[in-house]
Design a protein around this ligand. Structure first.
Ligand code: SF4
Length: 278
């Protein structure tokens, strides 16, 4: 019989891990030792899951997203080194402001080969305060890592990203976090499609694990926690989540929409409904 749970689990090759400094800033709220242990279990689970299809093992990656402000560089480096040694490609998601404050450290990570790709979020509010943005782009280019810029068209223009001599001809992907057209439509133009291709394991800063970024604001849709013993044989993935994965959420044509978020409009619409209905 077609095992939907296993089918969906097979999509979880990649994951997003949100890191938040603890109060003393001597580690993250999920300690690095626990992240390493859980990632090692994830590696073992994926190997077992894909033993008949080893090609699935390629292209596994983990994106660590660091909050703005203080983060412990040694701890971040330790976790990135450990995870890249396990064979994961390591992406780092960071704001342009935080990146500009840590350029030497980022350069060090790229030289150590534990930084596979940089995902840089740009918010126009902060661009003015950064001064010479082109100088930051020039340093990014020297890191020789794949770069994705995340923001709106307006943010990219304000930062001068399209006219940047450093980025011109470089391997840079521009990722529109919120296609402006979605806001203008402001209605469901067609039926919701199944979510399975959009789903990716997301771990929040407390260690709770979710099937997609949107559901991170709804603790009851957590699959479990990185602190759970035997998470990979016990994780909850049933009911609503399977239905959304294989059919898509059943949304009314009109309803609340979550504002101020980088998520696509259908997710903002769905999450608003999930939060409203409890
Ligand atoms: S529509 Fe809902 S379940 Fe589907 S990916 Fe978006 S937030 Fe997740």
């Amino acid at each position: 019989m077609f095992d939907m749970r296993a089918q969906l689990a097979s999509k979880f090759l990649s994951l997003n891990f949100f890191l938040l400094a603890n109060e003393k800033n001597d580690d993250f709220t999920v300690p690095v030792s626990q992240i390493k242990k859980w990632m090692s279990d994830f590696y073992g689970w994926a190997q077992e899951m894909f033993k008949d299809r080893p090609y699935y093992a390629y292209g596994r990656n983990v994106t660590f997203a660091v909050e703005d402000g203080v983060f412990n560089k040694e701890k971040l480096k330790a976790v990135m080194e450990a995870v890249s040694e396990m064979g994961f490609s390591v992406f780092l998601k960071i704001s342009l402001r935080s990146l500009s404050e840590n350029l030497d450290f980022m350069m060090e990570l790229s030289k150590q080969k534990c930084l596979g790709s940089l995902m840089v979020t740009i918010a126009n509010k902060e661009v003015d305060a950064l001064g010479d943005v082109e100088a930051i782009f020039a340093r990014i280019k020297k890191m020789k890592v794949a770069v994705t810029l995340l923001g709106s068209m307006k943010d990219f223009f304000i930062a001068g990203a399209f006219s940047s001599p450093s980025l011109n001809g470089s391997d840079v992907c521009f990722f529109l976090q919120e296609p402006e057209a979605c806001d203008k439509l402001n209605t469901l133009s067609k039926e919701m499609t199944p979510c399975q291709e959009k789903m990716v394991l997301c771990v929040n800063s407390e260690g709770l694990i979710f099937p997609c970024a949107g559901l991170m604001s709804s603790p009851r849709h957590s699959l479990g926690s990185v602190f759970d013993k035997d998470f990979f044989s016990t994780f909850r993935m049933e009911g609503d989540i399977l239905e959304w994965a294989f059919v898509g959420p059943d949304l009314l044509p009109e309803g609340p929409v979550l504002s101020e978020s980088g998520m696509p409009w259908p997710c903002r619409r769905h999450v608003a409904e999930v939060l409203t209905n409890g």
